[in-house]
Design a protein around this ligand. Structure first.
Ligand SMILES: *Cc1c(COP(=O)(O)O)cnc(C)c1O
Length: 384
């Protein structure tokens, strides 16, 4: 069986976890602080704040920008449902806009028409690790005074070309970027998330809220030779990462350049092989973006049935996934008013197929995937 994704974990992560366990400090402590410092260096962000997952990161990012009841946040429906849920969790409403033609990211042209007097922020997604057009997004956002949250759950190590050169996603372009370390992403801590920002005041609020709104973290009290009493100036949450997770994350960061190089080589090889398969369009990278290829999404020609193609792959021992979900088509978000239809989002969900891709993938495995896909297409891949 060729799986859709496989985390690259080994002795280094096992040893790191063991050391954290034996260190005597297992919740948010020195390993979390070290992981944050290394993550900030990697992304070029001034501040990095670790949390329990990307969904809690998105929640804190929205709260940090003051999003609350009655507010609207412009975002895509075509993404994992966590962002829409986080917006609702703040008492605000998502305003869904469509994605770009041919790709999976927000259509920057669709943003301005969606702005209303209640608009308070933009939440854009670097979908499947492909950076969205931040230059265009920031032009609209700045013109209307809207802050920008980047859902970078899938996009660690992806890069965007700016006038200053190539910048990793999470460097200050938007106001806050949110990352995930779920095993389906490019590196993992089991569960985990990170917020990056250039704004020290936002970072301070994230740190306060992730730990119950506590004025003095336990790490400070622990290290003090004077008795210190903490206070709780604001209501917070428990969104902490553990030191065991952070220790694993630090080991994963050392692997990241190798993982991304492997993924890019495999993506390029997929592109070359798929050029010979009719009815299947390989994804393209704009010249201002470098994807980390968190997922590899091909588009099926009309006439090919998505489920039949995926079943045919599965029958040959190859896992696949359909295109990214659309939140507005799920009961949980079906009550969100939809000012405009989202035809490209729905077509992307129903016409795309995600193929297996992981750093350890061999050329032989990749050949099997492409052969199976070609066979499914040749057989017509019509509904059973
Ligand atoms: C995975 C994912 C999330 C949620 O991340 P968790 O760490 O599982 O909470 C949010 N947004 C996108 C785009 C994702 O792919």
């Amino acid at each position: 069986m060729i799986q859709i994704a496989r985390p690259l974990l080994g002795e280094a992560e096992a040893e790191a976890a063991r050391e954290a366990v034996l260190s005597g400090w297992v919740s948010q402590g020195p390993a979390v602080a070290a992981f944050e410092a290394e993550f900030a260096r990697l992304t070029g962000a001034a501040h990095a704040c670790a949390v329990s997952n990307c969904t809690t990161a998105l929640h804190l990012a929205l709260l940090g920008l003051g999003i609350g009841p009655g507010d609207e946040v412009i975002t895509v429906s075509h993404s994992f449902i966590a962002a829409a849920n986080a917006i609702r969790q703040c008492g605000a409403m998502p305003v869904f806009v469509d994605i770009e033609e041919g790709g999976y990211n927000i259509d920057p042209e669709a943003i301005a028409p969606a702005i209303t007097p209640r608009s308070r922020a933009l939440l854009v997604v670097h979908q499947v690790g492909m950076p969205c057009d931040m230059a265009a997004v920031m032009r609209v956002a700045r013109a209307h005074g809207l802050p920008v949250i980047e859902d970078a759950a899938c996009a660690i190590g992806a890069e965007i070309r700016t006038p200053e050169g190539w910048q990793p996603v999470g460097a200050p372009i938007g106001d806050v970027a949110c990352f995930s370390f779920h095993p389906r992403k490019v590196i993992t801590t089991g569960e985990g998330g990170m917020l990056t920002t250039a704004d020290p005041a936002l970072d301070a609020r994230f740190r306060l809220w992730r730990q119950h709104g506590m004025s003095l973290p336990d790490t400070l009290r622990h290290a003090s030779d004077r008795v210190l009493f903490e206070t709780y100036p604001e209501r917070g949450f428990n969104y902490r990462m553990t030191d065991v997770q952070a220790a694993v994350g630090r080991a994963q960061l050392t692997r990241l350049p190798g993982i991304i190089a492997a993924r890019r080589a495999l993506a390029a090889r997929y592109g070359a092989l798929l050029a010979a398969v009719p009815g299947v369009t390989a994804p393209a990278e704009p010249d201002w973006a470098r994807s980390n290829w968190q997922s590899y999404a091909v588009r099926l020609a009309p006439g090919l049935d998505q489920r039949a193609v995926m079943q045919s792959l599965l029958d040959r021992g190859i896992a696949s996934r359909r295109g990214i979900m659309c939140a507005h088509l799920e009961p949980a978000q079906a009550d969100v008013p939809l000012p405009r239809p989202l035809p490209r989002s729905e077509a992307a969900r129903d016409r795309a197929v995600l193929l297996p891709l992981y750093a350890q993938m061999t050329g032989e495995e990749q050949d099997r995937v492409v052969e199976a896909l070609a066979a499914a297409v040749a057989a017509g891949a019509v509904p059973a």
